[in-house]
Design a protein around this ligand. Sequence first.
Ligand code: SF4
Ligand code: SF4
Length: 159
Amino acid sequence: MLGTELKKLISWIQPEVCFGCNKCVSGCPVAEIHNEYRPNRIVRLAYLGFVDELIESGVIWYCTQCLKCSERCPMEVYPASVIVALRNIASKRGMTHEAWVKMAKNVSIYGKILPDMGVMSKDRKLLKREDLGLVTPAISRDLIRRLFKESKLPIDIGE
Ligand code: SF4
Ligand code: SF4
């Protein structure tokens, strides 16, 4: 039942053994605030072949990848990995969520997903890394360029 594209990415998982115990749901921080979000539902829908629908709904991008669902699952279904596989398929189709594209752009500029925000000193001065004598790690532009190319992210970081 699992589509070929998805099966290739998660050949080591057997989503069909999920027996609906809901242990993954009870630990999921997203399910706690979003009634419609259920890791086991995503797994079941993926197993039934609703890959396009899952990608188009955007639900796969809600996951924080905290891995609680995968740790709690007694059947080793690994919902978090199923979600990553779905994201990979979405990205290959050029459907990476805009927030992820933005984070990737930040990686190309700052070497991390968020720009430096600094810290506030006791006398309320905003201190940056260089104020604290911290070295900013060098970014390998070749590596970043290759990663973007392979992930098909719509980002041009130039030469
Ligand atoms: S990895 Fe994602 S789906 Fe699993 S518990 Fe964490 S937020 Fe929920
Ligand atoms: S914990 Fe595992 S077996 Fe239980 S509902 Fe979630 S995916 Fe299915």
